[in-house]
Design a protein around this ligand. Sequence first.
Ligand code: GUN
Ligand code: FE
Length: 423
Amino acid sequence: MTNFVLKGNILYSKNKDEINFFENSYLVCQEGLSKGVYENLPDEYKDYELIDYSGKIIMPGLVDLHIHAPQYNFRGCGMDLELLDWLNTYTFVSEAKFKDTNYARKSYERFVDYIRKGPNTRSVIFASLHVESTIILMDLLEKSGLVSFVGKVNMDRNGGVDLEEADADFSAKATLDWLNATKNKYENTYPILTPRFIPSCTDELLKKLQKIKDDYKLPIQSHLSENLGEIQWVKELIPESKFYGDAYDMFDLFGKTNKTVMAHCVYSKEDEQKLIKDNGVFIAHCPDSNTNLTSGIAPAGKYLREGQKIGLGSDVAGGSHASIFKAMADAIKVSKLRYRLLDDSIKALSLEEAFYMGTLGGGEFFGKVGSFDKDYEFDAIVIDDRRFLEEDYFSLIQRLERIIYLSEDRDVIGKFVRGKKLF
Ligand code: GUN
Ligand code: FE
């Protein structure tokens, strides 16, 4: 099925401040691309298969710019700890188990099944440092029909005995093994270079990753300015760096040459913000994680309004849920607390802004994704909100708001990715 039409109540972001709403209308898919939304179906599409979702809500699939697949198993654990203690106590211990490919397969099957059922169609994913297990994850993602970037993690220091590569050479070689083993293997699953964060990677390793990035033309993902203790540590590890982002930039791993996404940016100051913007780095705003790990509240509204590229991340297992609907609600909530308690010069996020970040804003990392405008890739989800449609006066924007606050994965009754029906 390559050409078809969905009928229902359709909505998508026009820009960060406006959402397009179409009651009882038609959304056309042709060869994996959207051909737009119509109140009356044009004649040229009349012979396309019509899938009738009358009464339901149809919107673009949601985009998760930051999630850790191996952390799915322990989500909701250690939420009394801050980042560095949480990493050492739970994360590194748990990720070390992915050395065992049987354990990894079972775990990743659960993870992929979970993402497949929910509202997200696209994810930018950290695996672990293990090559074989990362390939297992990529195979499963490819089979699922979801589209994702997946990174084998690099870490050659500060991971403890169980989660540390022997040295920079070992880590670089493992990365090349992983890239060569997966080259041309997938249609919907792409590699992304993944230095975990500065404290996990020696200068020598970062230099080698720069070369691999150039040779293989890879995008990059990492963490940035998430926690105050972390930022202080980076300053000690790379004293020549002007600020945390500069430490990546010194090794050309900060968006200047290749597409890059940095998670968090809670404490980025003006100089770091300027470099993020100048280099076109995407920011993955992860409000649930930043709350759980007592990291802080990123000024997401400021970033968005100043024209930064920004989307949302679940950051499981710093975050407890993958649904980007929850991330939208969390982003709005924490922005209100920030406005009230910390800085009333930055207005709280609007519904339109949060929805934009979770669709079109993050979608840009994947190309033309997150909209139903003509020639965007056709990712759509269908939501049945009857379970909480108590009043008949709810408008489409009210229904969207309630889906953001109230929906669960079971309310997603249809999912299409690149024009392919998943369910
Ligand atoms: N910084 C380095 N590693 C991690 C991680 O796994 N999760 C989060 N939230 N921050 C990190
Ligand atoms: Fe993270």
